[in-house]
Design a protein around this ligand. Structure first.
Ligand code: NAP
Length: 415
């Protein structure tokens, strides 16, 4: 474990600084994530008091039927780099609240934030052996151990759909319970009756947080034809105001991407869209590896693509960077069909002032979470999670504890 004296008096600002240095997001966002992550600890500490059992109607005079909830057992957890604090507390807090010990492997890129949290947990009195961190670059072997070991009873994972499927297949060999928080492809639907300024601000906030590297990021914006040009011009203007730079520099409003591979991935989606007829309203034309090295580093200019269509890779794939394609639609049914035309189903957002439309569209969207006239939808109080290939299980809220508990039926005879 890390050097205790070096962490003496560590607080929100220190954790935020560690996060910005290892992950890149701007300091203000990192501070926000620390608070968001801490909220899960408080929430589940309170929820631990509400793990209720049940007394059921008896089938006969001499019997009583009860249900008790017990900790599921040792939890194996694997987490990503994009939220190096919140993705950890979302798993560790409910595990400890349920009475489970947890063994957690953080992403290779961001081990320091979790080690700092583990140190704080130890100082706060979490008993030794309850919260264990295994940083390591051998993800495959660690994953095999966690999914294959007979003592581990549950595997919880946040990361890509590709890796989630591997872990589910491995965990199936010993029939472990799994929770999977996987990739997303969030659409923002802007209808012609929407408050366009509100839609611009909402889509913008949901797109560019963490330089576009969040699972509930705006991945696609679908705009009704009558307001397409108005939305596009207002949105583009605001995107041009971002200041890209070092996350520790107070003037920066957007930091770098996590790796050069990430920059290349985003760049290739842009190139594909432009080759198929889309146009840039602002941002970077595709850039080569050489120029990345010398001029751009891991930074990518915020980019808006107009005239996008369903034939483009960017319509189906998770962008995970500061690029957004804008599509046009005519009817509500078209918008719902386009929004659902993806294997992902994590978050979707709708902007309309029409109450009946907001109900109809929300019910038609195949997503685990829908924000209507709001894109800041996440908190410790709500059930966070997706459907389809975005995963299974929910984190946070009163539902988030159930995944860490086993239900046991007890029949008392001879009463
Ligand atoms: P990733 O490549 O799936 O990696 C996530 C974690 O899995 C890392 O700790 C990684 O370790 C580990 N890993 C990789 N291959 C593995 C294997 N074969 N066996 C066991 N573990 C393995 O995802 P990422 O690129 O870090 O994160 C981005 C993805 O996470 C996006 O798709 C995003 O949408 C998703 N995400 C989802 C949510 C949600 O709540 N639904 C939240 C945040 C992010 P190494 O780092 O050592 O390779």
């Amino acid at each position: 474990m890390s050097n205790t004296s070096a962490l003496s008096g560590i607080g929100q600002d220190d954790l935020a600084k560690i996060m910005t240095l290892e992950q890149g997001k701007v300091l203000e966002e990192a501070r926000g994530e620390v608070a968001y992550g801490a909220a899960y600890i408080e929430w589940f500490a309170e929820e631990a008091k509400r793990i209720y059992g049940d007394v059921l109607p008896s089938m006969s005079q001499d019997r009583r039927s009860l249900v008790i909830k017990q900790p599921i057992g040792v939890v194996g957890a694997i987490t990503p780099w994009n939220f190096p604090v919140a993705m950890i507390t979302r798993k560790v807090a409910p595990a400890l609240a349920a009475g489970c010990s947890i063994v957690l492997k953080p992403a290779t890129e961001t081990p320091l934030s979790v080690l700092a949290i583990a140190e704080l947990a130890q100082r706060a009195g979490v008993p030794s052996g309850m919260f264990n961190v295994i940083p390591g670059m051998n993800a495959v072997q660690i994953g095999e151990q966690l999914t294959g070991h007979s003592l581990v009873k549950k595997v919880t994972f946040t990361g890509s759909t590709r890796v989630g499927k591997i872990l589910m297949a491995q965990a199936a060999q010993t029939v472990k319970r799994t929770s999977m928080e996987l990739g997303g492809n969030a659409p923002v639907l802007v209808f012609d009756d929407a408050d366009i300024d509100k839609a611009v601000d909402g889509a913008l906030a949901a797109k560019f947080r963490n330089a576009g590297q969040t699972c509930i990021c705006t991945n696609r914006i679908l705009v009704q034809s009558a307001v397409y040009e108005e939305f596009l011009s207002k949105f583009t203007k605001k995107v041009q105001e971002f200041v890209i730079g070092d996350g520790l520099d107070k003037s920066s409003t957007m930091g770098p991407l996590i790796t050069r591979t990430a920059v290349n991935g985003v760049s290739s989606l842009v190139e594909d869209a432009l080759n198929k007829g889309a146009k840039l309203t602002t941002g970077t034309k595709p850039i080569t590896d050489d120029s990345l090295e010398s001029e751009v580093g891991f930074f990518y200019q915020p980019t808006v693509i107009r005239d996008a269509d369903q034939s483009m890779r960017i319509a189906k794939e998770e962008v995970f960077g500061p690029v957004v394609p804008i599509f046009k639609f005519e009817t509500d049914d078209d918008a719902i069909a386009m929004a659902n035309d993806t294997e992902f189903g994590l978050a979707a957002y709708v902007f309309t002032k029409d109450q009946s439309r907001s109900w109809r569209v929300s019910e038609g969207l195949e997503y685990g979470m829908v924000g209507v006239n709001e894109t800041a939808i996440s908190s410790e109080v709500i059930p966070f999670g997706g459907v389809k290939e975005s995963g299974q299980g929910r984190e946070g809220s009163k539902y988030g504890l159930e995944d860490y508990l086993e239900m046991k039926y007890i029949c008392l005879g001879d009463v």
